[in-house]
Design a binder for this molecule. Structure first.
Ligand code: NAP
Length: 307
């Protein structure tokens, strides 16, 4: 299948281009970006023109930041294209619901991707938690924004989610692996005085069986990143580290090797399946928790943030 990649920036070049090039299912047939290009691939800087001129391209993969994404997704769906959305799938939940309704009306596939759900050890973590009584779960997601998002001002502008941009990755894993649904019960969000989105957050969740569930997010971690979920149960302790890439149960590291490796190759394999079947995959639960944190969270204003 021919695919056009839109928004040629960090994640498009780091992950999407290699995943598409290595896949037997996909051909990268065009890019659309105001500045970015990919060697050897026809480049457009006008999305409407690409849609009009390239009726051979049935699938569009949107790698833009969340705020401009809705307009591009709407145009693609109205032009009858199948659409793949980077995380988070939009700037608001309402936008995402509108896109889903539009995709159904136009009979095209729509995929809200959550790359962290495709990390190697997420399925094993999910399987291990089944049938166990959860007592305590802590999410610890800390990274250096200057290292991982250098100069990306959009992340600190309204709609950019701030520390919830990586935090939503943790929530995408949490909502995938927990047998029982949780919902946010309290949060404290720390905003730099000169920015629109939080730089740190602490969240607590209600668990239907009374387990203690909490999450700490920090964008000012000076050293190596920590992307860890730790679960204490009646039958042992599970630690999922490296954003879902490493699993340890009661001190023993799970060393099984998955057959298809890599988060983005799995996302593109799933998109190929959706297009083949005419499916829609729009699980918005990670984003719902973020919206709840912004609704319920207590706001603290802290020091200015400069790159
Ligand atoms: P980025 O490099 O800052 O942006 C991607 C590209 O989008 C930019 O190079 C720019 O290309 C285009 N763009 C930016 N603002 C735009 C606007 N207002 N209108 C139209 N185009 C615009 O961001 P990124 O890190 O790739 O992240 C993009 C998305 O991927 C985000 O939702 C992020 O959460 C997700 N993601 C990022 C990472 C990561 O490690 N960075 C990992 C996983 C997922 P042109 O200037 O050429 O138009």
């Amino acid at each position: 299948m021919e695919v056009a990649l839109v928004g040629i920036g960090k994640i498009a070049l780091d992950q999407h281009v290699p995943a598409i090039n290595d896949s037997p299912d996909w051909d990268l047939s065009a890019t659309v970006s105001r500045h970015g290009t990919v060697d050897g691939v026809p480049a457009y800087d006008d999305f409407a023109r690409m849609l009009a001129e390239r009726s051979d391209i049935r699938v569009v993969s949107l790698c833009l930041p969340p705020v401009p994404r809705f307009g591009y997704a709407e145009a693609a769906i109205r032009a009858g294209r199948h659409v793949m959305l980077e995380k988070p799938p939009g700037a608001t939940l309402s936008e995402c619901h509108a896109l889903e309704a539009m995709a159904r009306a136009h009979r095209v596939s729509l995929y809200a991707t959550w790359h962290s759900r495709q990390a190697d050890k997420v399925p094993a973590a999910k399987a291990w938690l089944v049938g166990k009584t959860l007592r305590k779960l802590t999410v610890n997601w800390r990274e250096n924004v200057r290292q991982w998002h250098p100069g990306q001002d959009w992340i600190f502008e309204a709609g950019g989610l701030g520390v919830f941009d990586p935090g939503i990755n943790a929530l995408s894993i949490l909502t995938e692996i927990l047998p029982d649904p949780v919902h946010l019960s309290a949060a404290v969000l720390k905003f730099p005085e000169n920015r629109d989105t939080p730089i740190a957050a602490e969240c607590q969740f209600f668990h239907p069986e009374g387990a203690e569930v909490s999450m700490v997010l920090d964008f000012l971690e000076p050293g190596e990143p920590t992307w860890t979920i730790r679960a204490e149960t009646d039958q042992g302790v599970m630690v999922l580290e490296n954003g879902g890439g490493k699993l340890t149960i009661d001190g023993h590291v799970d060393d099984s090797v998955p057959c298809l490796s890599g988060e983005y190759p799995r996302l593109y394999a799933q998109m190929a399946r959706l297009v083949e079947k005419g499916g829609i995959d729009m699980d918005l639960s990670p984003m719902r928790h973020v919206a709840d944190a912004f609704t319920l969270g207590r706001r603290i204003t802290g020091a200015r943030f400069e790159w």
